[in-house]
Design a protein around this ligand. Sequence first.
Ligand code: PEP
Ligand code: MG
Length: 325
Amino acid sequence: SEQLALRTKDLPATSVDGFRIRLNGNMEFLEEIPSLLAHGAEGIGLYRTEFMFLDRKNVPSEEEHYRAYKQVLEAMGGRPVTIRTLDLGGDKVPSKAKHEKEPNPAMGLRAIRYCLANRELFRTQLRALLRASAHGNLRLMFPLISGMSELREARSELEACRTELSRAGVPMGKRFPVGIMVETPSAALIADRLAQEAEFFSVGTNDLIQYTLAIDRQNREVAYLYKPLHLSVLRSIQNIVGAAKAAGIPVSMCGEMGGDPIYALVLLALGFDELSMTAGQIPVVKNILRSASRAEAQALLNSAMELTTAEEIERYIRTEMERRF
Ligand code: PEP
Ligand code: MG
């Protein structure tokens, strides 16, 4: 994989029939950037900012947020950096930030819901992001959007912060794209509407699969039912990508499915513009994308979607991928 990384680092992930997919990196810490770049990451597709909040007694200040984002934007040297606003709650529980125990945390006060319920904390992060946008190529996205109202509310909070900073004469960058994670079944089903007001989509399959199949992603008892190739998941993703294409906005995948080489041709067929993954996965996925055609990937996906059970579809894709690579 390291050899492959060296050989393919500066090559584009373009299929043999000319379909280009950008490969980005997922990250949590600044220290991961050199390795992502060495493996050929063209940008950051998901920066999980909540890790700044975990394992500590106090909450980070605006200055601390600002410095962290500025450093990442600068380290990426003008390449796109997709920063996700706080995805606290659910499986990621902060030690200090006020948080009640919930009976069903995955369906509770997490991600954008948590931020809209804790406005001062949300504004602190948004102000820092607006300031940091002066230092690179920022794209902002909101997690776990389940309906248009949340997107509008989050965007209006961002605009309020922008106005406030601008009045105070605080330096900021130009306007940057604001997108959403599509990771709830409700967002997937109204993707056409959301695409009118979001500037890009990023599919979060870890959650989309959990909620579509009603399988707790943390529960080992039901892990055998957690199937990325379940027909319902494939149809859901088809709807999301179709809505993005119809509206002319870019669509990425940043869940774990996006970096698993087994799914590379399925994702090529589905029509993703970008995929985001860990450093080590980039050269492997790139190698597959460069040696296949979109037409062949589409034939593969069509045959797979004729099948019915998740096991059948999985077995079929696995067999075909092993035969080819
Ligand atoms: C996802 O849900 O796929 C995702 C990328 O977000 P997280 O795993 O942080 O919830
Ligand atoms: Mg998620």
